[in-house]
Design a protein around this ligand. Structure first.
Ligand code: FAD
Length: 307
């Protein structure tokens, strides 16, 4: 018997379990069908850039930064945020104008930023073709943080506050009687609770739809690549990059480069077609699966020098 059951130990569910347990509202349980942080959290590029064209999201990101510091203080240990900074890079006049706009927004919100020229970008990011860099803005305080690590840090802090963790325990059904939630059914049996939080990520609808509560969300494809290690070309201290002309982003990854290119079409699937886990499975399999790099990677390739 619990007061609140949270389904899903990703960043959202683990953070929810943490904040609920911190408020000492009663007994909190966190269920995950696999390992904590093993869903999207273990695949995220995990860029936490602060400045956004949609300014209403900036206070949320800034709150995230404050929450991370508070979590580290509570745990008494680092959760591994890498403060490498981020570079917004423009290769065209149109994008240069939008980067100027972003720099103004950053200043308004108190986010440290300054302009860097093509040579300075090259010094920070050795793989860049500096001939393509028309304008670049550097935000030195931006971090990236493995979402997998973050989910586990939240779960650990939740457990310290008394929450009970149930990894490897799949919730098969949210149970309700007379229109009120009474608990969840798992392969290990029934657990009672008057409140259930559905934080099952891309699988959330599978649990809510039988209760006639469709959630307005769908799993969409997101792709990145990781190169072989080459610390001279991809130093671990290099900043993240955001390159709107190529709809691309990058960050260092264990001596290599992690780079993502945003889908122009965002293919999505029905939650019922999702694999049980993402491990070893392509999210959306199609003949054109790999051609995104050929089709949409052309612009990004121009920003590479000698590769
Ligand atoms: C390639 C890629 C790149 C990304 N890059 C970024 C980025 O740079 N910055 C950023 O902010 N975000 C990024 N994201 C998005 C980010 O990963 C997600 O928004 C975030 O991890 C979602 O968290 P979640 O807790 O909702 O879902 P998840 O992390 O997927 O957690 C859901 C959990 O629910 C569990 N679960 C599901 N069904 C059940 C069930 N029936 N019973 C029990 N447990 C269940 C799963 O096992 C899973 O652990 C990226 C995502 C991808 C895929």
């Amino acid at each position: 018997m619990f007061d609140v059951i949270v389904i899903g130990g990703g960043t959202i569910g683990a953070a929810t379990a943490y904040y609920l347990s911190k408020q000492q509202i009663g007994k909190v349980a966190l269920f995950d069908k696999g390992t904590i942080g093993g869903g999207a959290a273990s695949w995220a590029a995990s860029l936490l850039t602060q400045v956004r064209a949609k300014t209403d999201t900036i206070p949320l990101v800034q709150e995230t930064y404050r929450a991370l510091e508070a979590l580290e203080a509570e745990l008494g240990e680092s959760i591994g945020a890498k403060r490498v900074g981020s570079l917004q890079i423009a290769g065209s006049e149109k994008t240069a104008a939008s980067i100027e706009n972003l720099a103004e927004i950053a200043t308004q919100f108190g986010i440290t930023n300054h302009w860097v020229d093509a040579q300075e970008v090259k010094a920070m990011v050795p793989w860049i073709n500096e001939g393509k860099v028309l304008k670049a803005s550097f935000m030195p305080d931006d971090v990236f943080l493995e979402a997998f690590v973050l989910a586990n840090a939240y779960a650990k802090a939740a457990r310290r506050n008394g929450a009970v963790l149930f990894p490897d325990t799949e919730v098969t059904e949210i149970v309700a009687e007379n229109g009120r939630v009474t608990g969840v059914r798992t392969q290990q049996g029934f657990y009672a609770a008057p409140f259930v939080v559905d934080a099952a990520g891309a699988w959330s609808n599978l649990l809510s739809m039988p209760q006639a509560i469709p959630l307005p969300m769908a799993p969409v494809r997101s792709i990145y690549w990781i190169t072989r290690p080459n610390p001279a070309l991809f130093p671990p201290t290099q900043p993240m990059t955001v390159i709107p002309d190529a709809m691309a982003y990058s960050r260092p990854e264990t001596g290599g480069l992690l780079f993502g290119i945003r889908d122009r079409e965002s293919p999505f699937v029905h939650p019922r077609e999702l694999p049980e886990t993402y491990n070893g499975r392509q999210f959306i399999e199609s003949e054109k699966h790999w051609e995104i790099l050929l089709d949409e990677g052309k612009e990004f390739r121009e920003f590479f020098s000698g590769v």
